[in-house]
Design a protein around this ligand. Structure first.
Ligand code: ZN
Length: 317
């Protein structure tokens, strides 16, 4: 009989794994101009037009640092501030978000299950780089068998851009929310700011800007799954708790109209927001589902790249 002695505590954070081999530092440096340009485009198109004058002024004085990876334990969802008025977004994070967005978009457009994405993240969490060819973790496009010409399909390209743009804008705005918050004198007197409250406030700040974009924040599910399955170590991470996920889902539900305003198909946009909120509630349930977590981890330890071949969903008519 085998006794499973693992206890996964998803609400805690800090996972001491180095994921830099997903791309390799040299390769990230070679891609620096393109990744930098991509981030600048997200800032110009998806953030700046929606800031208030005050927020825009604050943002203009923020420096964005783009190291290839952030030590220690480089994580594909690292984003943080190392000093006042600086936001660090490693190239590893931008590259991973872009590839995950493309993978999600291709799977979605080709009616394939996103289950393989969860299994891939399990593999990244449970396995060591040495378990893979050349001692490197496979990147999302390789692991999930996404064809080379995926972005030639306009539907894939559009969805990938939406997922990528909303993920990168959420993480920049969330961090801006941390930086721009000025505690009241009452809060200062308490000398203590619970992590959960801080994270919820930063999420609220990000969503408050994003709702003006009238765009479905399609990247949120990918980002939440990523941060839940591959938690970054302190001080680079943003711990996910059940209360935080509930607050995000409630925020979306309460503002379905604002998020879908001005969209050509308002009904479709509304149902997209509602389904997003439901997915976030599912993630919240997973946080307290010990059996589900153990099954997921077990699968991650066994899965190979060959197991992650895209799986068509049954036709629904
Ligand atoms: Zn945070």
């Amino acid at each position: 009989m085998r006794i499973v002695l693992i206890t996964l505590v998803f609400s805690s954070w800090g996972w001491a794994v180095d994921w830099s081999s997903l791309y390799g530092v040299d390769n990230l440096e070679a891609q620096r101009p393109r990744l930098h340009e991509d981030l600048d485009l997200v800032i110009a198109q998806e953030i700046q037009p929606f800031l208030t004058i005050e927020q825009a002024h604050f943002f203009a004085n923020i420096q964005i640092d783009l190291p290839a990876v952030a030590q220690p334990n480089p994580n594909p969802f690292d984003f943080y501030s190392s000093q006042a008025r600086h936001i660090v977004v490693p190239l590893l994070t931008i590259a991973f978000v872009e590839d995950m967005a493309q993978a999600y978009a291709w799977l979605w457009a080709n009616r394939c299950s996103s289950q393989t994405v969860d299994e891939y993240l399990g593999m990244l969490r449970e396995r060591a780089p040495g378990d893979f060819p050349e001692g490197r973790y496979p990147n999302p496009l390789v692991a999930l068998h996404i064809p080379a010409g995926a972005m030639d399909d306009p539907a894939v390209a559009r969805m990938a851009q939406r997922v990528r743009g909303t993920t990168l804008s959420f993480l920049l705005l969330h961090q801006l929310g941390h930086l721009s918050y000025v505690p009241s004198s009452q809060e200062k007197a308490l000398k203590r700011d619970p992590v959960e409250a801080r994270e919820e406030r930063a999420d609220g700040f990000a969503l408050g800007v994003m709702k003006k974009n009238s765009e479905t924040p399609a990247g949120l599910v990918m980002l939440i799954h990523g941060m839940m399955y591959l938690p970054a170590s302190a001080p680079k991470g943003h711990p996910l708790t059940a209360a935080r996920l509930k607050a995000i889902a409630d925020y979306l539900d309460a503002r379905v109209r604002e998020f879908s305003q001005g969209r050509p198909d308002a009904n479709l946009a509304r149902s997209a927001i509602e389904s997003l909120a439901n997915h976030i509630r599912d993630a919240r349930r997973f946080l307290s589902d010990t059996t589900g977590q153990q099954l997921w981890a077990e699968q991650g330890r066994k899965a190979t790249v060959a197991d992650l071949v895209p799986r068509r969903l049954p036709q629904s008519r």
